[in-house]
Design a protein around this ligand. Structure first.
Ligand code: 2M8
Length: 439
């Protein structure tokens, strides 16, 4: 077997090449064909990884994404570019301009994705070669980041908890996770199937994508929000899908803390983002921990009950530094429930435990290994001082990409790549996993 440094060198080179091929002059498409536009959290991961290697492009990536930000702070999950590039749902379904908050151009979606952006900006300051340039970028983006976090902390909460809520499975980034099954089942089945044509199943293997029944509900939820012009108060009032997700809240708490660090670098007052981070961390630890399952659980806002589905994202609060010390130890034991060592290689995390009745090694977010979940949990363990677990998860991801390529997801049983190839955030996170973070 090749030594670690040889593997890392080769993954670094291959990942940079994938990112260069997906570069479109001002942003990185999420993947060739299947995802031809700019996706919010994919893009933040790309900017984070590029800080060390292509600082000017990392800067352009973030500026491009924020050009799609809405006046109320909402940072859309897709910024559309070539509006003719086949992708469903494109601008014609979203009709983002129905909202007075959406920009006239560019066309965007009307929902969000997990907020990794302040983390990516702090990364520029800490690791990009030209710190003065990174600080100028941070100065330009700071008010936009504050508006983005403010939107989440103000518009996505209800009285009684600072945990923010999601109104569409796509907002979680874990589109068809079994986490959403019960909440989606509550949606009335549309009497006539909404009329639309999927593009994804003509590009990727349909067995590795969400089902048509799930897509009907995704489209239905978009239509409901579009029909109230994406007005947050109206959506909060009427949505049948409202969940407080562990991964989303953990990434936000982490990003709030990173926003406070950016404020300190800029000589600004960090009090507001520090307060956001503190309140969110405390709520994650007190409201989401499951004494029964020994991981953190999502909460269904409509039923008021925990969602009793354990996924690898239940370990994400480590990355937010939200866990009481004894819980860090419990999570270190829980990690084994999700670990798979594809073909005897180092362990990686399956998105769902292979023991779960809903586990499906092919079906998208219902079992396959996702680089982002591995990266978040590995980083969380590293920063909690459990460096051996962290190194082994990181090594597992790097070796998967080395052996199979920068696929979207990997089969947890045999490691082979699924979904589509040449995926930007897979390349970015593999690249970051073999980059030394020393300033
Ligand atoms: C997947 O989601 C999009 C919808 O946003 C899709 O399936 O068409 C998810 O894996 C999501 O997390 C990711 O950001 C996106 C682009 O890679 O693809």
């Amino acid at each position: 077997m090749a030594g670690v440094s040889t593997v890392e060198e080769s993954v670094r080179t291959a990942s940079l090449a994938v990112l260069a091929r997906n570069w479109r002059g001002s942003f990185t498409r999420a993947a060739p064909r299947l995802y031809p536009h700019q996706w919010s959290w994919d893009s933040a991961c790309v900017a984070l990884a590029l800080a060390h290697y292509r600082q000017a492009d990392a800067e352009a990536e973030l500026l491009s994404l924020f050009a799609g930000q809405w006046r109320n702070g909402l940072l859309p999950h897709i910024r559309f570019f070539d509006e003719d590039a086949p992708y469903f749902p494109g601008p014609e379904l979203w009709e983002s301009r129905r909202s007075g908050d959406a920009p006239a151009r560019p066309a965007t979606s009307g929902i969000v994705q997990p907020p990794v952006h302040a983390t990516a900006v702090l990364h520029q300051i800490e690791y990009a070669p030209d710190r003065e340039r990174a600080l100028r970028l941070a100065r330009a983006l700071y008010p936009k980041l504050v508006a983005w976090h403010r939107y989440l902390h103000v518009e996505r909460v209800r009285p009684g908890s600072p945990l923010v809520e999601l109104w569409h499975p796509w907002e979680s980034g874990m589109d068809n996770s079994p986490l959403w099954d019960d909440a989606l089942a509550r949606l009335d089945t549309p009497e006539a199937r909404p009329s639309y044509r999927r593009v994804d199943t003509t590009i990727a293997d349909p067995r590795e994508r969400p089902t048509d029944a799930e897509y009907d509900r995704y489209v239905d939820l978009v239509a409901r929000q579009r029909d109230v012009a994406y007005d947050p108060a109206s959506v909060r009032e009427m949505t049948p899908f409202a969940v407080r997700d562990v991964l989303f809240n953990s990434l936000l708490a982490r990003a709030d803390g990173d926003l406070a660090s950016i404020a300190r670098w800029l000589g600004d007052d960090p009090a507001r983002p520090e307060r956001w981070a503190g309140e969110l961390r405390a709520a994650i630890d007190s409201e989401m921990w499951s004494h029964e399952h020994h991981v953190y659980l999502d909460l269904d806002v409509i039923t008021g009950r925990p969602i009793e589905v354990c996924t690898a994202s239940g370990l994400a609060p480590l990355f937010a530094r939200a866990c009481a010390p004894d819980r860090v130890a419990e999570l270190a034991s829980a990690v084994e429930r999700f670990c798979v060592g594809a073909r005897g290689g180092p362990p990686v995390l399956a998105s769902l435990s292979p023991d779960d009745a809903s586990f499906d090694p092919r079906r998208y977010w219902r079992g396959p290994v996702w680089p982002m979940l591995n990266w978040v949990v590995a980083s969380g363990f590293r920063e909690s001082g459990l460096v051996e677990i962290a190194a082994s998860l990181s090594d597992g991801l790097v070796r998967l990409v080395h052996e199979h390529g920068a696929f979207e997801q990997f089969n947890p049983l045999d490691g082979h790549g699924q979904g589509c190839a040449e995926v930007s955030w897979t390349a970015a996170l593999a690249l970051d996993s073999c980059t030394s973070h020393v300033t």
